[in-house]
Write a protein that binds this ligand. Structure first.
Ligand code: DX5
Ligand code: ZN
Length: 214
């Protein structure tokens, strides 16, 4: 079964409690939490204070996507503040293996992320260590961008590697996911969908969640 994780970057922050209620009722599988540092990506977003607020109110699992330089410096902090899943970009650290191991030692699900310009080969050495691989389908930094078609091949490639090697990692996609692009991704083997601007434009979160799951 495919999982749907709305990205809080596009939530109505002024209505956060009500939005979180709606999300829980809509049967989403978790909340995607985009952390940007203005260095690794050209934007600054949300961090620990908002994570604390969300965590104090909602029971949904939190998927923290670290778009920051030197992610290893902050893994423990996000884990201590209630992240259930943490993903780090392979482009952001020369120590991807130890970053992943640290996340797992903290008893959190560990993910590795690749940008649109990064080939799957870069993460071959850690595929057996991760709980999920996040394939970026836009260049990270902003919500509301268009899905980059060339990334579809990488989903297929990862799915093949997964089955050939009896691995169990989830394949998550993030960026420009809507009712059309989600279908293509699922067909190629995606098991987790992050969706921001498309999702939060809808009136009925339960309905869109069901539609996206296909
Ligand atoms: C982009 C973020 C995404 C973003 C997705 O840098 O990682 O999670 O919020 O937003 P949409 O679905 O609007 O592309
Ligand atoms: Zn993200």
């Amino acid at each position: 079964m495919v999982k749907v994780l709305p990205s809080l970057l596009s939530v109505d922050f002024l209505n956060l409690k009500e939005e979180l209620d709606q999300l829980e009722k809509a049967n989403v599988d978790g909340l995607h939490f985009d952390v940007m540092d203005g260095q690794f990506v050209p934007n600054i977003s949300i961090g620990i204070p908002l994570l604390d607020a969300v965590k104090s109110y909602s029971n949904l699992p939190i998927d923290v996507h670290l778009m920051i330089e030197q992610p290893e410096k902050y893994i423990k902090l996000f884990a201590e503040h209630g992240a259930d899943m943490i993903s780090v970009h392979v482009e952001a650290t020369p120590h991807i293996h130890s970053a992943i191991e640290e996340i797992k030692q903290l008893n959190k699900k560990a993910g590795v992320v690749i940008n649109p310009g990064t080939p799957v080969e870069t993460i071959l050495p850690v595929l057996s260590n991760v709980d999920y691989v996040l394939v970026m389908t836009v260049n990270p930094g902003f919500g509301g961008q268009s899905f980059i078609e060339q990334c579809i091949n990488k989903i297929e490639q990862l799915n093949q590697l997964k089955h050939e090697n009896n691995l169990t990692f989830d394949i998550e996609v993030d960026g420009g996911i809507n009712d059309q692009t989600s279908k293509v991704c699922i067909e190629q083997g995606a098991t987790m969908l992050v969706t921001g601007s498309y999702f939060f434009k809808q009136d009925n979160y339960a309905q869109v969640t069901e539609t996206l799951k296909g």
